[in-house]
Design a protein around this ligand. Structure first.
Ligand SMILES: *Cc1c(COP(=O)(O)O)cnc(C)c1O
Length: 950
């Protein structure tokens, strides 16, 4: 045994356990189990061609060496990204803390109150700074958020506008180029017509439904849009503004002009640049649009005892419910980054933020005045942090700047802009100014005068207060902040407490060695628009990761741009669309999707301009081939694609898959494989072998990026040769295929920083470790199935009676005892467990996915818990709802109360099995009331008076 092997650390099952598990399962060997699970005609004949596995130490050394190849410039490029300072207390206690980064989306509110509070803080920051009524808890980046604004406003066009077919959307030429590219991508399939121009000359005609402005503009000009907004309102044109969050501390917030939506990024609230991401975007709007907001909204409600509790609000808006009626496919967002940005505001408070913004502004003025004193002409009159100059020698300035390790924004042959950030200090003034001075061989003048006091005209000066809530005025010492973060962390059940067996989500180990490099400045502090040669370390990693994923999927090329699985779906379908168009077959617009598909599938298809045709699943949960054949024949002329999840969302490797993919190809369609279940394939089969043409991978599922409580994610798409030319581009940095579609994300390589995690995962496991991980994931799932046998019915099995890496247990029969699936989910909390996935893809069921990282001891504890609950179900009855399941979860307050009015013991309530006592996890609230919260929607930190009213 090689004790240095990372596979031994990543995989929880020990060699000695395997035989015992196989005997419980009833298989002679792992190989036999796999043969019974995966159809023979799709098995790979050879192992993955990947280099030998590295030890953890070797990987850390490699990462260090690669990091050295990134050149550390001072980047004043701006364009939506700014160097910022992550407070160490946040870095250490959140970014580097598995208590925060290993949690899942807070579906089980009672054991997620910590991050729910942190996200409520985030929403409060956004609402206060923008002066809007309601905000979500994050989107993927500023550009996709702007696209969501464009599509939401399109969707809510008033009835008479719709009749007239009003489809024009005005985009100010001040909007960031990456945002414009994304708007183009998203507008075309929906039939939205973009009109780009100068907002000052805009004619407010009735064929426009909306407009997007940038505040401050892309090169720093701060415009007063009050008049534009009021004219737009008169013409029934809705206005969205993409705003810089830090500038809003000093500038009039767009909400005060009456705009409809404000979007932006919170990157500069303490989030590393990370060569493009991840960062949390925000989306704030009017209460009137609350049912149309994309993404998750955290809201306040009550628990069973009437105490305040938080949970995700208005869930019926989401694509899981609305499917092909949905207008957004956002699922994974940027929760961890939103938590951090919110905490940045908590730590600095309103005064701290004012100080930071003022300092940035004063330095900007100092730099502007100093450069002007040398005779350079400044082109923007009103600015916050970005100044633009006319120069006659851009190349000269660039040469001097680069020799000093400085990046400016070189706009064209005669214009340069500079964006100042929080990390700027007095020492940085002279070198920056000298980029201009030396380029003209001017003489350096004496000392620099530092300016104070703002240059912003009165109408644009913010007068309203913000962040008055106690939370933002209490934790300004490190001790207090550390304890506040810890207090919230303790309310949440994460992977550092117990297994989280959420089916379809693959909650595996996020190894510390994979995570460590994220903290290093040489990875964190690289602006996405630096010249590519400055980011050589990144390019070596990104290129090799693309190659690794090509090998694993069997495909020809990969784009790392999409920031989530759903974005990957959209990207893949847009690539298919471009492919059909290139062949003169743009009429192909039918996308066939099985009824059991994840909600993002139909939502993505509609966003890509396709029509969804649903195909049935048969009794065994497989695609109903007869029904599929009918649909394919009917739509053969216009067939664009089939979207298929493999193994299916039912956890089974369908044996007809090759027939199915061939059928689609024979009828002119392309096959999109949803790769969320890739953890059951790696090394054993692959999407190319089953006959797919494109798939997305959820690097935050199969490839070890932590879920972060609901993001970040990376959803790369891997494509066959014929689709490679269409991979997405970026308007500023060359990437993508030669006939590339426009941007899918703002940054050229999406969330580059967290790609380091998947890179390390593959590097350290190597071909054999990756394949073993897949086998152990399948072993663990089949072991759980065997242990639950007789107590819970597993709904779907493969032809030889096996499940893949996950399984669905039926909880509907327990209705006879008055027990719903939710009761089981909540009761599991009393046993120290997070529930498996509830009611997806089948209502009233649970989907269990243990992953390869869990030990046999943990699997057994979990099975013991479920079997014990099964016995409790038998004791329950419809007539008497006062039982241990219906009252679950039990809080510490209940169990220690002087009044214990329940017909079972405190012991049974809180310590139902002996293992629980050793490591008890207390849910901090009782069951949350969904309906109450949705009726009384409150999505920001409640003021003390509001508390009293509710
Ligand atoms: C997780 C998942 C998705 C969506 O991925 P996100 O990264 O959350 O956008 C799509 N399909 C399936 C089957 C999934 O499990």
């Amino acid at each position: 045994m090689n004790t240095q092997s990372f596979a031994l650390r990543h995989i929880g099952i020990r060699e000695k356990d395997i035989e015992k598990m196989l005997s419980v399962i009833g298989a002679d060997s792992i190989e036999e189990l796999i043969e019974q699970t995966i159809p023979a005609d799709i098995r790979l004949n050879e192992g993955l061609t990947l280099p030998e596995a590295l030890t953890e130490q070797e990987f850390l050394n490699l990462s260090q060496n690669l990091a050295e190849k990134n050149r550390m410039f001072k980047s004043y490029i701006g364009m939506g990204y700014h160097e910022s300072i992550t407070p160490s207390v946040i870095k250490r206690n959140i970014l580097e803390n598995p208590g925060w980064y290993t949690a899942y989306t807070p579906y089980q509110a009672e054991i997620a109150q910590g991050r729910l509070e942190a996200l409520l803080n985030f929403q409060t920051v956004v609402c206060d700074l923008t002066k809007m009524e309601i905000a979500n808890a994050s989107l993927l980046d500023e550009s996709t958020a702007a696209a969501e604004a464009m599509t939401m406003l399109f969707d809510v066009r008033s009835r008479n506008q719709k009749k007239e077919n009003v489809v024009k959307f005005f985009v100010s030429e001040e909007v960031l180029p990456q945002t414009l590219s994304l708007l183009q991508t998203r507008a075309i399939p929906l039939g939205i017509e973009l009109v780009i121009g100068d907002h000052e000359n805009f004619e407010f005609s009735t064929d426009f439904y909306g407009a997007l402005l940038q505040y401050p503009g892309k090169h720093g000009q701060v415009n007063d849009y009050a008049e534009f907004v009021s004219k737009a309102q008169e013409s029934n044109i809705k206005v969205a503004v993409a705003a810089d969050i830090l500038s809003l501390v000093l500038l009039t917030p767009p909400g005060e002009w009456g705009v409809d939506v404000v979007v932006g990024t919170t990157q500069r609230f303490g989030i590393p640049l990370g060569y493009g991401g991840p960062h949390a975007a925000f989306f704030a709007t009017k209460e009137a649009y609350k049912r149309n907001i994309p993404g998750r909204i955290i809201g306040l409600t009550k628990d069973t005892d009437g105490n305040d509790a938080l949970r995700m609000a208005l869930q019926t808006r989401e694509q899981h419910i609305k499917r092909d009626k949905a207008t957004s496919n956002i699922c994974t967002a940027q929760v961890l980054l939103a938590v951090m940005a919110g905490m940045y505001a908590v730590y600095h408070g309103p005064e701290g933020l004012k100080d930071i913004a003022t300092r940035v502004h004063n330095y900007t003025k100092t730099v502007a005045e100093t450069i002007k004193a040398y005779g350079f002409e400044q082109l923007n009159t009103v600015y916050f942090d970005t100044i633009k100059f006319k120069v006659n020698n851009v190349q000269g300035i660039r040469t001097v700047s680069e020799s000093k390790g400085i990046n400016l924004n070189y706009i064209d042959d005669e214009t340069v802009s500079i964006s100042i950030n929080e990390a700027f200090t007095k020492k940085d003034i002279r070198p920056l100014v000298n980029c201009f001075v030396e380029s003209q061989a001017l003489n350096e003048k004496g000392s620099i005068t530092e300016y104070e006091g703002q240059t912003i005209p009165d109408a644009l000066v913010r007068k309203s207060s913000f962040l008055e809530h106690e939370t933002f005025n209490s934790y300004h010492s490190e001790t207090d902040m550390m304890r506040y973060i810890k207090k919230l962390e303790r309310k949440d059940l994460s992977l550092n407490h117990s297994m989280i067996s959420l089916g379809s989500c693959t909650m595996k180990l996020n190894a510390a060695s994979e995570m460590l490099p994220l903290s290093w400045a040489r990875w964190g502090n690289i602006h996405p628009f630096v010249p590519v040669e400055q980011a050589e370390g990144y390019h070596l990693v990104l290129r090799e990761l693309e190659e690794q994923l090509n090998v694993i999927t069997g495909f020809a090329a990969t784009s790392l741009q999409p920031n989530s699985g759903a974005q990957g779906e959209y990207a893949g379908l847009m690539v298919i669309r471009a492919y059909h168009e290139s062949r003169g077959e743009s009429h192909r617009n039918i996308c066939i999707i099985p009824a059991s598909a994840h909600g993002t599938n139909p939502a993505s298809a509609v966003m890509a301009g396709m029509k969804v045709v649903v195909t049935k699943t048969d009794e065994q949960g497989n695609i109903d081939v007869v029904d599929l054949e009918e649909k394919v024949n009917e739509h053969s002329e216009n067939l664009a694609a089939l979207m298929v999840t493999y193994p299916s969302t039912h956890g089974v490797f369908e044996s007809s898959i090759r027939y199915i993919t061939k059928l689609i190809h024979d009828n002119g369609g392309q096959v999109y494989m949803d790769g969320a279940n890739m953890n059951a394939q790696v090394g054993l089969t692959n999407p190319a072998t089953i006959g797919a043409d494109v798939c997305h991978l959820n690097l935050h599922k199969t490839f070890a990026i932590p879920h972060g409580g609901g993001g970040p994610g990376v959803g790369p798409i891997c494509v066959a040769e014929q689709l490679k030319p269409f991979l997405p581009s970026n308007p500023l940095i060359e990437t993508g295929g030669e006939k590339a579609i426009t941007a899918i994300s703002a940054a050229p390589w999406g969330s580059s920083l967290v790609c380091l995690i998947s890179y390390g995962y593959i590097k350290m496991l190597g071909a054999e470790g990756l394949t073993d991980a897949t086998k152990m994931a399948i072993l663990n799932a089949n072991y759980i199935k065997a242990r639950l046998n007789g107590a819970f019915e597993v709904l779907y099995l493969g032809e030889q009676g096996r499940v893949g890496h996950e399984m669905i247990i039926d909880c509907r029969p327990f209705k006879e005892n008055g027990i719903e699936v939710t009761d089981i989910a909540k009761r599991l909390m009393d046993y120290g467990y997070h529930s498996p996935t509830v009611s997806f893809p089948v209502g009233g069921t649970m989907m269990i996915e243990p992953t390869e990282s869990e030990s046999l001891v943990e699997l057994d504890r979990f099975c013991d818990a479920l079997l014990s609950i099964r016995a409790e179900i038998t004791e329950a009855s419809v007539e008497d709802a006062n039982n241990v399941l219906k009252n679950a979860p039990h809080t510490l307050a209940m169990v220690t109360s002087d009044n214990w009015g329940f017909p079972y013991s405190r012991q049974k309530a809180a310590f139902p099995l002996t293992y629980v006592a050793e490591n008890k996890f207390w849910p901090t609230v009782r069951r949350t009331d969904e309906a109450f919260g949705d009726r009384n929607l409150m999505c920001t930190c409640p003021a003390v008076e509001e508390y009293a009213e509710v």
